[in-house]
Design a protein around this ligand. Structure first.
Ligand code: PGA
Length: 251
């Protein structure tokens, strides 16, 4: 059985004070959520303080990015995966469409970051997803399989334990327009098939695949009812403790 993951991506929102306030408010609201892993991804500057305040709780922490570089060195503005592990985070989001779109991240960079994350004992939440133009052209599967093979090549079977895939159609992110559960299921099943072909049926069955793109308290149950949807990567609706808790407690 795949344990679902509900992850909140706070993007570039919240000061340290606001991050702590939201995390502390969230703690009692999700304390009984044993059915899934609960993850939040604050900004880098808030990670350590939030980690300290959440110690002993069931809420896990993610960073939103890491460096392609693994060794400390002269790379102004960058943060290694090991530094993320050092402040108490266990996950890192890699290859989010906003990073691909606005910071020119390529599949090669995604691959290096994934390897850096695995090397630092982090779980990588690797984002893939097509744009609206690509969906309309009928090349959504081609785009996603290209991102998977470019970003996740060279992984061993044991590395796969450290990988979560997030399918986030770009046209559904922050737009209020969610993929229907059927549209999401179709792509999730496709992603699982790609893993079965590239690795093994066992590895594919163990892989957690999250859906992201306007996940809200109102649509999470429908999404989670699909056989290949193993959780959500939630942006806007994760910023308030109450709405994120409702998503976590979808059952
Ligand atoms: P959204 O963002 O829930 O605000 O659409 C999801 C994401 O970008 O991870």
């Amino acid at each position: 059985m795949r344990k679902p993951v509900i992850a909140g991506n706070w993007k570039m929102y919240k000061t340290v004070g606001d991050s702590v306030a939201t995390a502390v408010a969230l703690k009692p609201l999700v304390a009984n959520a044993n059915h899934c892993e609960v993850v939040i991804a604050p900004v880098f500057t808030a990670l350590k303080t939030v980690a300290d305040r959440l110690e002993g709780s069931n809420i896990k922490l993610a960073a939103q990015n890491c460096s392609t570089e693994t060794a400390e060195g002269a790379h102004t503005g960058e943060i290694t995966a090991a530094m993320i592990r050092d402040v108490g985070a266990g996950y890192v989001i890699i290859g989010h469409s906003e990073r691909r779109q606005f910071y020119s991240e390529t599949d090669t960079m995604v691959r290096r970051k994934v390897q850096a994350a695995i090397g630092a004992d982090l779980t990588a939440i690797v984002c893939v997803g097509e744009s609206l133009a690509q969906r309309d052209q009928g090349i959504a599967e081609q785009v996603v399989s290209g991102q998977l093979s470019g970003g996740l090549s060279g992984l061993t079977v044991s590395d796969l334990d450290r990988i979560i895939v997030a399918y986030e159609p770009v046209w559904a992110i922050g737009t209020g327009r969610t993929a229907t559960p059927e549209q999401a299921q179709e792509m999730h099943a496709f992603i699982r098939r790609v893993f079965a072909e590239g690795h093994s049926e066992n590895a594919a069955q163990a892989l957690r695949i999250l859906y992201g793109g306007s996940v809200k308290p109102e649509n999470i149950s429908g999404l989670m009812a699909q056989p290949d949807i193993d959780g959500g990567l939630v942006g806007g609706a994760s910023l308030a403790a109450e709405s994120f808790a409702q998503i976590v407690n979808y059952k």
